[in-house]
Design a protein around this ligand. Structure first.
Ligand code: 13P
Ligand code: SF4
Length: 329
C-alpha cells in the first residue's frame, strides 16, 4: 500500500469515536449488525446491538440473518459467525485480535495427535470436542464444538464408553473432567488471562470482603476454581448476578466483564480480581478492538473475515452439532 494511502488510513482510524448511540444509529442506517463479546471495552459494548458470550453470539449470528455483521471480539468468534453465515459480509475492527488458546492448537499437530491417540487406544471411534476458542481448521477436524456455556452438555452428549479428546483448553477440559464420568484426554493450551490469577490475591480480597462471593471462569486453573463459590462461563456468571441484589462479587475473569455486570445488575458491588501487572485483568487480544477502530470499521466495512470453503463445510457440521446440544439451566 502506498505510504500516502497508509497515512490517510491511519488518520481516519484515529478519528475520535462518537458516542455509542451515534455509532449504533450509523450502523442501523447502513444495515450493519454490531455483535460484541462481554470482554470488549465498555464503549464498544454500549454501541453493540447485542452483547453476549461465545455461545449466544454464535446463536445470534444465525438467528438474526444480517447481511453485514461487524464483529467485536476475537478472530475465532468472527470466523464462527462467517461459517454460520456464509452469505454475510462479516468484518471486524482488528483482524489481529487473536487468542492464546487458538494459537496453542495447530491443526496439523491436532491431526497427528488424533492419529496417535487412536493407535494407542486401539480404536477408531475417538470423538474430538473442541472449545470454540480455536481456529476454523481445528473445528473442521472436530466432531463437536462447545463453549464454556455448554461444554459439560457437549461431553455428556457422547455415548458412555466412547473416548473423548478435548481441545485446546486444559483447564476448561480439566473442569469438565471433574464433573463427568466420561473418558477424556486433554490438549495442553491455556488462556493468558485466566491462568494468571493468583490464589493469594483472591484470598486477600476475600479477607477484606468476607461476605463477597467469588465467581471464576472455568478457563482458570484448578487452584483458582477451588477458591470460587461459582465456576461459570460469562453467561452463567451474568445469570447469577442478575438474580441477586445488594451482593458483592469478586470476579475472576476478564476485567471488562464488570462493565457488563454493572450495566445489567447495577445493584451489586463488583471487585475485579487483579492480574499480575494491572488492576483488572484485560485480554490483550480483545483490547486490540478500540472504539476508534470500530468507528473506522463501520464506515469502511473493514476488515473482512474469510474462511476457506473446504474448511468451512466441516467446521459448520461441528458447530451445528454444538447448536443442537440441549443446555441445562
Ligand atoms: P465465554 O464465557 O463467552 O465462553 O468466554 C470466554 C472467553 O475467554 C472468550 O474468549
Ligand atoms: Fe482467548 Fe483468553 Fe482472550 Fe478469551 S480471554 S480471547 S480465551 S486469550
Amino acid at each position: 500500500m502506498a505510504v500516502d494511502t497508509m497515512v490517510r488510513e491511519e488518520a481516519v482510524m484515529v478519528e475520535p469515536a462518537p458516542d455509542p448511540r451515534e455509532m449504533r444509529k450509523f450502523a442501523d442506517r447502513n444495515g450493519i449488525l454490531i455483535l460484541a463479546h462481554s470482554y470488549q471495552d465498555g464503549h464498544i459494548q454500549d454501541a453493540a446491538h447485542f452483547v453476549g458470550d461465545s455461545l449466544e453470539l454464535a446463536r445470534e449470528a444465525v438467528e438474526v440473518k444480517a447481511s453485514r455483521i461487524c464483529f467485536c471480539g476475537v478472530h475465532f468468534m468472527a470466523e464462527t459467525a462467517k461459517i454460520l453465515n456464509p452469505e454475510s459480509h462479516v468484518f471486524m475492527p482488528d483482524l489481529k485480535a487473536g487468542c492464546s488458546l487458538a494459537e496453542g492448537c495447530d491443526a496439523k499437530d491436532l491431526a497427528r495427535y488424533q492419529a496417535h491417540l487412536k493407535g494407542k487406544l486401539g480404536r477408531d471411534d475417538l470423538v474430538t470436542i473442541c472449545y470454540i476458542n480455536c481456529t476454523a481448521a481445528v473445528k473442521a477436524l472436530s466432531d463437536i464444538v462447545c463453549t464454556s456455556g455448554n461444554a459439560l452438555e457437549a461431553v455428556n452428549s457422547v455415548p458412555r464408553g466412547t473416548p473423548i479428546l478435548f481441545v485446546p483448553d486444559v483447564h476448561l477440559g480439566g473442569w469438565v473432567k471433574e464433573n463427568t464420568d466420561r473418558e477424556i484426554y486433554l490438549w495442553n493450551a491455556t488462556c493468558v488471562v485466566h491462568e494468571l490469577f493468583s490464589v493469594d490475591t483472591l484470598r486477600a480480597l476475600k479477607k477484606e470482603h468476607p461476605d463477597a462471593q467469588i465467581l471464576a471462569h472455568p478457563e482458570c486453573p484448578k487452584n483458582i476454581r477451588d477458591e470460587a463459590d461459582f465456576v461459570r462461563g460469562t453467561a452463567g456468571m451474568l445469570r447469577i448476578v442478575t438474580a441477586n441484589k445488594g451482593k458483592t462479587y469478586i470476579v475472576a475473569t476478564e476485567g471488562n466483564m464488570v462493565h457488563r455486570f454493572k450495566t445489567e445488575a447495577p445493584e451489586n458491588t463488583y471487585i475485579a480480581a487483579p492480574g499480575p501487572s494491572c488492576a483488572c485483568n484485560l485480554c490483550p487480544h480483545m483490547q486490540r478492538n478500540t472504539p476508534e477502530k470500530l468507528w473506522y470499521s463501520l464506515r469502511t466495512g473493514r476488515y473482512e473475515v474469510f474462511v476457506d470453503d473446504a474448511v468451512a463445510v466441516n467446521a459448520r457440521k461441528a458447530l451445528e452439532r454444538m447448536l443442537a446440544v440441549r443446555v441445562a439451566r
